[in-house]
Write a protein that binds this ligand. Structure first.
Ligand SMILES: Nc1ncnc2c1ncn2[C@@H]1O[C@H](COP(=O)(O)OP(=O)(O)OP(=O)(O)O)[C@@H](O)[C@H]1O
Length: 378
């Protein structure tokens, strides 16, 4: 025992973290446990590409934070290492929500530079992509990540039609498509046009929620890489896993919790993370899904979220007046945005009977208004 009050405290140049980078959003984990069968199914679908044939199409579905993107990234890295004759390109549809921008990203993935910003027609963009594939005898594997966003923008059928029928326009073009969706209410096949349904016969790969034991396993690995020994006790890790499981099993919550709890411990100059550090961190970490959904919104969509935050529980007609004053947008666009926000789970838009005026939609915010407004500002 010592009376030194500094005992057990972090000094200025010390950190609880061994490698904070492993908690960042774009960190690709080296080990990927509990996804063996999904990886096998995806490999089975992509195997023909390695032999120079068109791969099988795939729909990968599962709730947020269950490893879908990670699986594709790992697979694409392996594919690229295996052969130079396959181009594997992942397109983030939350950011590229139209057929044109999806093809711009494919162009970039194939040519390694962006298409001319002066704007070329879609037809020209499409031709350049397919010409190059045929000339170089390359197979293209496209992962449409967060494909649900293409559906919200009514761009899904056109995009898939162009990809899946590319060989009809340009003989010899070989393209396989992996659609990744975290919207479990979206029936991808059902919502496509008949002309697309007839050519899109995907293999289905499901990513279930991780259970608490699996979460502990996966996070233990992150803890070992990210923190110094003894910083996270088993009790603390169990609490992190419990809170992650409560947040729909979204692993992003657990990873964010570990990082924030580590920062909280450092704030106290403590060498160990306590359960209180975790509880405090959870006030912010529980909103990672919300933050991600808000980040992908356009200005007018974000404007409507802000209006609904101030008018939660009101009828769509009343909310429209405020929205229209602020943005000058018409009712059709307004309705489209409501549908998108509803499908993203940011709001609930439910039909109710209004006295004497028939049925109208009531708009309710699904999150705490201050939490939403804070995140819209940053
Ligand atoms: N089995 C696993 N092992 C290690 N890390 C994992 C595993 N599964 C997921 N992760 C981590 O969890 C986070 C979320 O994973 P990922 O982005 O792959 O989920 P997703 O299913 O694509 O989510 P969304 O549908 O919201 O896009 C990432 O940081 C990823 O590194």
């Amino acid at each position: 025992m010592t009376d030194d009050p500094e005992e057990g405290m972090l000094s200025w140049d010390e950190s609880v973290f061994r490698n904070e980078h492993v908690f960042e959003i774009d960190y690709l984990p080296e080990t990927f446990h509990h996804r063996t069968s999904q990886m096998e199914s995806l490999k089975y679908a992509l195997r023909p590409a390695v032999r120079g044939s068109r791969p099988l199409n795939v729909i990968a579905r599962g709730p947020p934070g269950t490893g879908k993107t990670t699986a594709i990234q790992k697979l694409f890295t392996e594919l690229r290492a295996e052969t130079a004759d396959v181009r594997a390109v992942r397109v983030n549809c939350q950011v590229n929500g139209t057929r044109y921008s999806v093809f711009s990203r494919l162009f970039e993935g194939i040519f390694d530079y962006e298409p001319p910003s002066s704007g070329i027609s879609f037809k020209r963009l499409f031709e350049q992509v397919t010409d190059r594939l045929v000339d170089d005898e390359e197979v293209l594997v496209v992962a449409l990540d967060d494909v649900n966003y293409l559906f919200y923008e009514n761009e899904a059928s056109d995009t898939l039609y162009s990809l899946l029928r590319a060989h009809e326009e340009h003989a010899g073009a070989k393209i396989g498509v992996i659609c990744i969706s975290s919207d479990l209410d979206l029936d991808v096949i059902e919502e496509l046009d008949g002309r697309v349904q007839s050519v899109f016969r995907p293999e289905e790969v499901y990513f279930p929620k991780y259970d608490e034991g699996e979460i502990v396993d996966i996070l233990q690995e992150r803890v070992d890489r990210g923190f110094h020994d003894g910083v996270i006790s088993p009790t603390v890790l169990d609490r992190v896993a419990e809170l992650t499981a409560e947040s729909n099993g979204d692993l992003r919550v657990g990873i964010d919790l570990l990082r924030r709890a580590g920062l909280n411990a450092e704030m106290r100059a403590a060498k160990e993370v306590s359960v209180d550090d975790v509880e405090e961190a959870y006030d912010k970490s529980k909103f990672v899904h919300l933050s991600r959904a808000l980040r992908g919104l356009s200005d007018s969509e974000a404007a409507l979220v802000a209006v609904i935050a101030e008018h939660s529980g009101e009828q769509a007609g009343e909310v429209y007046e405020t929205f229209h004053e602020q943005t000058d947008l018409g009712y059709t666009r307004y309705s489209e945005i409501i549908n998108k926000l509803d499908r993203l789970g940011i709001i609930d838009a439910t039909y109710t009977d209004v006295d004497g005026r028939g049925r109208s939609r009531e708009l309710t915010l699904n999150y705490d208004a201050d939490a939403v407004l804070d995140r819209l500002e940053t």
